[in-house]
Design a protein around this ligand. Structure first.
Ligand SMILES: Nc1ncnc2c1ncn2[C@@H]1O[C@H](COP(=O)(O)OP(=O)(O)OP(=O)(O)O)[C@@H](O)[C@H]1O
Ligand code: SF4
Ligand SMILES: [Mg+2]
Length: 353
């Protein structure tokens, strides 16, 4: 079922635009710096460079995974896309239209929904499950009876029998059941993009697997697109079509699942993958795992931000910021070793013009 053809959706005036090849969402130069308190009254104003110039596309119908160590800017990127925080710079295009420009914010907001890690905090403890799911559609003008009937459909769809669960309160449910309710709630406005920020990370492994399979079914049935943030690279490999690797507020590498997991061109991605638990001993790599914490995002290293931890770093790496450059049809990497004529001894030699 495509969101563009649902009668319920017509009521909400959401429609399909653009062609299938046009990205559903494009982030261009996204930037968010959070001010931090300086030590002295006259001291320089400092900022956390949480998201520091990030570009990416999410294609229609795909799942884009976002990975990287804690604090690299994954949730801030998600919050910027959701408009939960205001970006300092950059543009968001949704199906070719500028958000806040040709596409009014209100119309954009209901097409992008988010599911967070904490299943309990997202639900109002005073509302029953059916009231929680029906709430947003009612705010958008769907009549109460219709919104409640739809909430029951959605409960059924996420594997919770409406007769048993619709009248319960959040504290009467398990974590996995509550996360199913949050997914139903996210679906209630028939969005086109769902952002899942560590949405399954707090669940037991067996419950996690069931919820992941549910997400895959819903994506197929409702024609959804996902942005999937996770620390668990095995889960990302299972769920995602493409993967974006972030480091200290920037994109280190982005590409197809196969390109990133089997042919990464960025030493940071290699190090992350090396730290991934492997079942098969033959798959284990000799790549040195990451040591220490990432540098402080208030005062990040010059040039390539990874140079303080990279085994391939040369002098040029502390002087030159590598741009995100296309290295194949399905992969872009921000490393001077991949950029011809960059001055790194392992870079391809630049061709004379
Ligand atoms: N509201 C805020 N005010 C100040 N700093 C913030 C704020 N939100 C995030 N940060 C900082 O911005 C950086 C990026 O944070 P973010 O939450 O996006 O990271 P993350 O990749 O989601 O990390 P995790 O994997 O731990 O969830 C961190 O250094 C964080 O401390
Ligand atoms: S640019 Fe230099 S420091 Fe950065 S990842 Fe590449 S080799 Fe390592
Ligand atoms: Mg986060």
């Amino acid at each position: 079922m495509s969101v563009g053809h649902s009668p319920y959706n017509q009521e909400l005036e959401i429609g399909e635009r653009g062609g299938p090849a046009q990205p559903l969402i494009s982030a261009r130069g996204l930037l968010k710096h959070f001010p931090v308190k300086s030590s002295g009254f006259f001291g320089p104003k400092k900022v956390v460079r949480a998201v520091d110039g990030v570009d990416f596309d999410i294609l229609k119908g795909e799942t884009l995974g976002v990975v990287g160590e804690s604090g690299c800017g994954k949730s801030t990127t998600a919050r910027l896309l959701m408009n939960l925080i205001v970006r300092d710079q950059g543009d968001i295009l949704f199906d070719g239209e500028t958000v806040g420009g040709t596409l009014p914010l209100a119309q954009y907001r209901r097409q992008v929904q988010m599911v967070f890690q904490d299943s309990y905090a997202s639900l109002n403890p005073r509302l029953t499950i059916e009231e929680s799911i029906a709430f947003a559609p009612q705010v958008h003008g769907v009549p109460a009876a219709k919104a409640i009937a739809r909430a029951h459909d959605l409960l059924h769809r996420v594997g919770l029998e409406p007769g048993r669960f619709a009248g319960r309160y959040p504290h009467e449910l398990s974590g996995g059941q509550r996360q199913r309710v949050n997914i139903a709630r996210a679906l209630a406005l028939e969005p086109r993009l769902i952002i899942l920020d560590e949405a399954v990370s707090a669940l037991d492994k067996s419950v996690e697997a069931q919820v992941l399979n549910l997400l895959l079914d819903l994506k197929r049935d409702f024609g959804l697109t996902y942005l999937f943030i996770s620390h668990d690279l095995n889960v990302v490999r299972f769920m995602c079509d493409r993967v974006m690797v972030m480091y200290l507020g920037k994109v280190a590498e982005i590409g197809s699942r196969q390109a990133i997991f089997e042919n990464t061109r960025h030493p940071y991605s290699s190090a992350l993958l090396a730290s991934m638990p492997k079942m098969d001993p033959s798959e284990r790599t000799m790549e040195p795992p990451l040591t220490g914490d990432p540098p402080n995002p208030i005062d990040p290293p010059s040039g390539c931000r990874f140079h303080t931890r990279c085994g391939f770093a040369e002098d040029v790496c502390s002087q030159t910021l590598p741009p995100l450059a296309k290295v194949s049809e399905e992969q872009s990497t921000a490393c001077l070793m991949s950029i011809s004529g960059s001055g790194h001894s392992r870079a391809p030699v630049a061709m004379e013009a």
